[in-house]
Structure formats: C-alpha cells, structure tokens
Design a protein around this ligand. Structure first.
Ligand SMILES: [Zn+2]
Length: 160
C-alpha cells in the first residue's frame, strides 16, 4: 500500500500526497508513531477535555498546550460514501473510495476505504481502522540524506 513519490528514481515532492513525518518535520509525530503500533489516536486537552481531530499542538478551545494522546475506536459506521473513478491521484487504486465515518459517539470524519470492491460499500456498513507503512521520503540533513520511515492509515470493510 504505497503512494508513488519516486519517478525514475527521483523523489517528486509535488506527487507525494502523504504528510512528512519524523520529529524534525511535524509536531504531531506521536500520532504517526502510534500508527506504526497499530493505534488510531488523537489529542485531548488536559485542561478543558476537548478532543480534537486531526491531532493538534494547541487546544482550539482554550489554547492550552497540555494535550495528551488518546486512543480512538477502531470500528465505525459508514454514513455515506463516494467512489472516484477519474482524476484519482497516481499511486491510488481505482475506484478511490472515500467515506464519512461515524466513530461511536466520539467523532465523524472522512477517510479513505481500502480493500473494498466497486459498489461494495453501502451506508450503514461497518468499517475498521488499518495502518500500514508508506514510501519513506528522503530528508536532507546537511550533506546526508536519510530515509524517513512513514506510516499512514485507512479504513476497510468489516467482512462477516
Ligand atoms: Zn482545552
């Protein structure tokens, strides 16, 4: 499950749809570290208890920086979905399935759905979280180029 961010052996930053990762490039690295461990997490404010998604570095409610990572439910229900047949970015399978998912009483958000055939996903379907490694990106540190490993996530249909 890789995005294509290399063309003829060269890293093409404008073709890379995944976020940069590594502590030098993002302040929400714990979110990605948790993905690597198979955990779906976000931030919760220690002061006002506001849960935000995507993860934040400052609480949007009270501006506190005292945030902790909490685990989110790994199963949700599809409210509605769409299958993109054309205009799908390079490196993504067709159809590209996107769904608005209700994760218990915690939140509603949009995610990509993988391992899902054309016309398979319906409203009310159960989906579950999956995390996976994606193509690392080459980060330059002075004269040295290091491959930064990356992880991302999607949801997939729960099959009985
Ligand atoms: Zn707060």
């Amino acid at each position: 499950m890789k995005g294509i961010n290399r063309l003829e052996g060269k890293y093409a930053v404008t073709m890379d749809l995944y976020p940069l990762q590594g502590k030098d490039f993002t302040k929400i690295q714990p979110f990605f570290d948790n993905l690597k461990e198979g955990r779906f997490t976000t931030t919760k404010c220690s002061k006002c208890e506001k849960v935000s998604y995507p993860p934040r570095v400052i609480c949007p409610e009270c501006l506190s920086e005292e945030l902790v990572y909490i685990d989110l439910p790994k199963e949700g229900e599809v409210i509605t979905c769409v299958e993109e047949e054309i205009g799908v970015p390079i490196g993504f399978e067709v159809p590209l399935v996107l769904a608005i998912i209700k994760l218990g009483d915690v939140m509603t958000f949009i995610s990509r759905i993988i391992n899902c055939g054309r016309g398979e996903l319906k409203e009310g379907a159960k989906v579950r979280f999956v995390s996976f490694p994606i193509e690392p990106f080459p980060a330059e540190f002075g004269k040295e180029t290091l491959e930064i490993e990356r992880y991302y996530f999607a949801f997939e249909p729960v099959k009985d």
